[in-house]
Structures are given as structure tokens and as C-alpha cells.
Ligand binder design. Structure first.
Ligand code: SF4
Length: 337
């Protein structure tokens, strides 16, 4: 049984202007110890997908349907108390800005000790020892002294390490990380990603990594879901996605991926803006921005289907396979030159 199986997940937000379909028929699975990357531009539904799974969307104006089977149990129909239990003990989340998750008036140690004691019936002394071990595990130097510092005394990268320590308190089976490195400089970003990879090996947790950055995906993911306008447009293992991408949106993301050894002039941009999810385009939602658009794309929505070569590589595009392979080969050639 998969650790997490998401089936036909849909989330709508009701606004004064109408229903915003923020997630529209999303399917994926996460296996034990696996890292799934979810990539796409802002507003494509990647964060809302995870908030829906965790039951964290605002209740007042949100309607969700489908299933999110956690070890077989549907999180969408689970009682609030059961969801809180799962969130505290089995699934943890790490967000982009650690300052919004840390209490500025409490020391790091006090916050970790409190969090440990909420979930475990242990004394303060035992909880503090556990907190110290976690701070050491995430690479906080001089952890014995720094445990009594306040969040503002830590750099952005160190605060994110503290958040990772916080997320690991209960040895979660799944860690959902939403843009955890976006606010960090490139060097710190690389350190945090390698820390997450190391911790995954040590703790055995699965990870869902939500990011707009294909570079992050290349570093850490086993499988990749590419989302556009609330839908999955491509789903493949990371090697196939980078070696044989099959969707024009993925090609666009790859063309805009900076490389240290390439000319800046070779970077390309995806033209236009992501569409409004209040009234998304008809047919293929990417068609107003797609350089390969055909008449059929404007009226007929492409289904997410396996490629002829690989039943595990899914893509939603009307282009023929020959064109897709030719464009993918061009991209690979560019990346190699
Ligand atoms: Fe472009 Fe058409 Fe493919 Fe959509 S279906 S990505 S518009 S070629």
C-alpha cells in the first residue's frame, strides 16, 4: 500500500466573483522513503494541493472532493481530532518563511521542548535532551549554547534548520516542504537541500517538495509532478523528466532554468501570465501561452496519458510523439553544449 494516494483531488474556493478551481482532478502517490517534487508557477495549485491533504484550507469558503488516502485512511473525511493527530505525529510541514512559524519571544529551546512535550509524555529534561539532539542532527553549530537563543539571533538558513528540527520531532513518515529554500541565498539553499537528503536517509521519511524551481527538483526528487493552472500536465521520474520532457510547459520551465556554465542570453521565458482560475482558458489551459498551439488545443482538453514508450511517464498534450521527442532532444542537446 502506498504511504499516500491522492485520487481525483479537487478544491474550490468560493469568492464573490464565483468559484476558483484551485486544484482540479489531481492524482499521485507517494511511497515510503520517496521524494515527490511538485513544480509549477505561483498559483498553479501546488500548495493548495498539500493544504487540502492536510485539512488546512479555510473551512468557510472551501469545498474539496476526491480522496487523500494516508496508509489507506481518507484524510478528507477524517475527524478534526484524528487529522490533528496525524499532522502532529505522522506528517510534518515546513514552510518558506520560518519566522512566521517560530515565536519571536521564546527561545528556540523552549519552543522545541514545548512541541516535544505536546506529542510525548516526557519530562522537561528528556525533552531538552531530544531538542539538543535534533539541533545537532540539523547541523546547528554550538547547539548547547544556541538552544537558548531567540529566533532573531539566527540567520535565515539556521532558522530553516530549526524548522526542520521541529518537523522531525516525531520522526514523521512524510515531510511536506513548501518552498523551504526560496527565501534563502543559493549557497544556503544547497546546504538545506543536502541536509534534507541526509536526514531522509537517516530518518527514512518520504518528502513532498513543493517548489517553483526545477533546479531544486533536480537536486532532490525521485518523481516529479508538473502542475499548470490547477492540473497536472506531466508526471515522470526525475531522469525521464529531464532527459525526455514531453510537455511544452515543462520545456518552458527548463528553458528558463539558469546554468552556471551557460550564457544568460540562452535563457528563455514562458510568454504571458498564468491564467485566472476563476475563468480558465477552454481546451488546454496552457494554449494562450504555448508556442506549439494548434486549433484542437483551443477547444479540446488533453487527457493525462502515458507515453507510448513508458507507461509511468504521463503527459497531457495534443502534440504527436515525434514532435515531442524532437523538441526534447533539442533541449537535451542545448543542455549538453
Ligand atoms: Fe500546447 Fe496544445 Fe500541447 Fe496545450 S495541448 S501544451 S496548447 S500543444
Amino acid at each position: 500500500m502506498a504511504l499516500l494516494e491522492v485520487k481525483d483531488l479537487r478544491t474550490q474556493f468560493h469568492t464573490d466573483d464565483g468559484a476558483v478551481k484551485a486544484v482540479d482532478g489531481v492524482n499521485f502517490t507517494v511511497e515510503k522513503g520517496q521524494t515527490l517534487g511538485i513544480v509549477g508557477e505561483s498559483g498553479c495549485g501546488k500548495s493548495v494541493t498539500n493544504l487540502t491533504i492536510m485539512g488546512l484550507n479555510p473551512k468557510r469558503n472551501t469545498v474539496s472532493s476526491g480522496q487523500a488516502l494516508w496508509k489507506g485512511e481518507d484524510l478528507l473525511t477524517a475527524k478534526a481530532g484524528r487529522l490533528r493527530d496525524i499532522r502532529g505525529n505522522e506528517i510534518s510541514m515546513i514552510f518558506q518563511d520560518p519566522m512566521t512559524s517560530l515565536n519571536p519571544v521564546l527561545t528556540i529551546g523552549k519552543q522545541l521542548v514545548e512541541a516535544i512535550q505536546i506529542h510525548r509524555d516526557v519530562s522537561k529534561r528528556v525533552a531538552r535532551a531530544r531538542a539538543l539532539d535534533l539541533l545537532k542532527a540539523v547541523g546547528i553549530p554550538r547547539a548547547e549554547q544556541r538552544i537558548d537563543d531567540y529566533p532573531h539571533q539566527f540567520s535565515g538558513g539556521m532558522r530553516q534548520r530549526v524548522m526542520i528540527a521541529m518537523a522531525l520531532i516525531n520522526d514523521p513518515d512524510l515531510l511536506i516542504a513548501d518552498e523551504p529554500t526560496t527565501a534563502l541565498d543559493v549557497t544556503t539553499q544547497a546546504q538545506i537541500l543536502s541536509l534534507m537528503k541526509r536526514l531522509q536517509e537517516d530518518f527514512g521519511s518520504a518528502i513532498i517538495m513543493v517548489t517553483h524551481d526545477l533546479g531544486v527538483i533536480a537536486e532532490i526528487a525521485d518523481d516529479v509532478v508538473v502542475m499548470y493552472a490547477a492540473k497536472i500536465v506531466e508526471h515522470a521520474n526525475v531522469f525521464d523528466l529531464f532527459n525526455r520532457p514531453q510537455h511544452p510547459y515543462t520545456w518552458g520551465l527548463m528553458g528558463s532554468l539558469p546554468r552556471l556554465d551557460a550564457d544568460v542570453e540562452r535563457l528563455t521565458q514562458i510568454p504571458g501570465q498564468p491564467p485566472s482560475l476563476l475563468r480558465p482558458p477552454t481546451g488546454c489551459r496552457f494554449h494562450p501561452r504555448c508556442p506549439y498551439v494548434m486549433e484542437v488545443c483551443k477547444t479540446k482538453e488533453p487527457a493525462l496519458l502515458p507515453t507510448a514508450r513508458d507507461p509511468n511517464h504521463l503527459q497531457a498534450c495534443h502534440l504527436d510523439e515525434e514532435t515531442k521527442d524532437r523538441e526534447a532532444a533539442k533541449l537535451a542537446e542545448m543542455a549538453a553544449s
